[in-house]
Design a protein around this ligand. Structure first.
Ligand code: AN7
Length: 365
C-alpha cells in the first residue's frame, strides 16, 4: 500500500478544497482530519422554533474540538512553507489549542498568549499537552493580541496565526462550502457566535464564493450573536473590560470588526447580544434536549435563535420562520470547559456500592 505522508488518509480541508484555497505545490499538505463535520438535524428544539428545517453544524467535531482547525491547518502550512520557525497567537483558548496541535503536527514551535486566569481548563490542557509555550498575560485578550501583533512585526520568524492572518479566514470559509455541499443549497439563515469576528467574516466569504460559482442559488442572511457583557459591535464601540461566562468570546475590540459589519450588512443580517443567563439556558437545552454538549460561546447562537424566534414577525407574516432553513454553527465542545458544566449542573449523587442503595437512589424501591 502506498504510504500517505503528511496528510490524513481521509484528507482534510487543504486536500478537499485545494482549488479554492491558496495551496501551492510547495505547501505541505498538513491534516489532522479537520473539516467534514456533521450537519445534524434538530429533533426537539425545532418544535420551539417553528421553522422548516433546523441543523447544527458540529464544528466541535474537528480534531481539537473547535472550528479553529479549518483556518489553522492552512495558516500553519503556509507558515511552514515560508520557513517560519514558530507560530504565535493570542487566544481566549481555542485558537491556542489549535495552533499548538498543528504546530506539533508540522514540527514548528508554538507560543501562545492567553488572558491569565480566564481560559477554560480543557483548552489550557490542550496547549500544554501539545508542548506550546503558554504565556498567561496579566490582561485581557485584546491586550494579548496587541502584544502578539507587535512581537511578530518585530520578530518575523514568528508567524502570527490569529485571524488577522488572511490564511485563517480562507481556511475557515470551507465550513460554508460544506453546508452548501451537504444541503445542496445555502440555508436561509445562519446563526453564529461572534467574538473576534473572523468566523462570520469567513462564512460570508464562503457563501459568496459558492454563490458566484453557481454552487448555490442564494446566500443566507447571517445572524451573529455577541455576549451582552462583551458586545462591542452591537454597541458600536470597543468594550474596555469585557465580561461573560462565555470566555471564548470575551473580546472587547474584535480584529475583524469591519469585515463582520460588512458580512452583516451585505447579507441583510444582524449582530445582536444575548445575556449570560440566556447563553446558559441555551447551553443546557442543547445538551439536555438535543444531545449536543457545546461550550457556552457556541450556545450563544442558539440563545440568539430562541430570542429571534420569539419575535412577532418570526411567527407570522412574510418574515415568518415557517418556510426557512436555519443552520446554527456549534463552534466548540463542552468538554473544553468542564468548570462551567460542573458549576451549573446538578452534581452526581454519591451512593454505596450496593444494589439496594442504587435502586433507592434511582427511585426504584
Ligand atoms: C468556541 O480562540 O477568539 O468571532 O482566541 O472559541 O471568529 O472570534 C475564539 C473564538 C466562537 C468566536 N466560539 O469566533 C480564540 C477565539 C468559540 C470560540 C468564537 C470563538 P470569532
Amino acid at each position: 500500500m502506498e504510504r500517505l505522508t503528511g496528510t490524513s488518509a481521509t484528507g482534510g480541508v487543504l486536500e478537499r478544497y485545494r482549488d479554492r484555497l491558496p495551496v501551492t505545490d510547495d505547501t505541505p499538505m498538513l491534516s489532522l482530519g479537520e473539516g467534514g463535520t456533521p450537519l445534524v438535524s434538530s429533533r426537539r428544539l425545532i418544535e420551539r422554533i417553528g421553522c422548516k428545517d433546523l441543523y447544527f453544524k458540529l464544528e466541535m467535531c474537528n480534531p481539537t474540538s473547535s472550528f479553529k482547525d479549518r483556518g489553522m491547518v492552512l495558516a500553519v502550512a503556509k507558515a511552514a512553507e515560508a520557513n517560519a520557525q514558530a507560530v504565535l497567537c493570542a487566544s481566549t483558548g481555542n485558537t491556542s489549542a489549535s495552533a499548538a496541535a498543528y504546530a506539533a503536527h508540522s514540527g514548528l514551535d508554538a507560543f501562545v498568549l492567553v488572558p491569565h486566569g480566564r481560559i477554560a481548563g480543557g483548552k489550557l490542557a490542550q496547549a500544554v499537552a501539545h508542548g506550546a509555550r503558554v504565556l498567561a498575560v496579566r490582561g485581557n485578550f485584546d491586550d494579548a493580541l496587541a502584544i502578539a501583533r507587535r512581537v511578530s512585526e518585530k520578530h518575523p520568524v514568528f508567524s502570527l496565526v490569529n485571524s488577522v492572518n488572511p490564511h485563517r479566514i480562507e481556511g475557515q470559509k470551507t465550513a460554508a462550502f460544506e453546508i452548501v455541499d451537504d444541503l445542496g443549497e445555502a440555508p436561509d439563515l445562519l446563526f453564529i457566535p461572534v467574538g473576534n469576528a473572523g468566523n462570520i467574516t469567513a462564512y460570508w466569504r464562503g457563501f459568496v464564493e459558492y454563490y458566484q460559482a453557481e454552487r448555490a442559488s442564494r446566500k443566507p442572511r447571517l445572524i451573529g450573536w455577541q455576549a451582552a457583557g462583551a458586545a462591542p459591535i452591537v454597541r458600536g464601540e470597543p468594550v474596555d473590560d469585557p465580561q461573560t461566562v462565555a470566555t471564548a468570546i470575551r473580546i472587547g475590540n474584535p480584529a475583524s470588526w469591519e469585515s463582520a459589519v460588512a458580512a452583516r450588512d451585505e447579507s441583510g443580517g444582524e449582530i445582536n447580544a444575548v445575556t449570560d443567563d440566556e447563553i446558559l439556558d441555551a447551553y443546557h437545552l442543547l445538551a439536555e434536549e438535543e444531545g449536543i454538549f457545546c461550550e457556552p460561546a457556541s450556545a450563544a447562537c442558539v440563545a440568539g435563535l430562541l430570542k429571534y424566534a420569539a419575535r412577532p414577525e418570526a411567527l407570522e407574516g412574510p418574515e415568518s420562520l415557517r418556510d426557512q432553513t436555519i443552520v446554527c454553527v456549534i463552534t466548540g465542545h463542552g468538554l473544553k470547559d468542564p468548570e462551567t458544566a460542573l458549576a451549573t449542573e446538578t452534581e452526581a449523587t454519591e451512593v454505596d456500592a450496593d444494589l439496594a442503595a442504587v435502586e433507592s437512589a434511582m427511585g426504584l424501591s
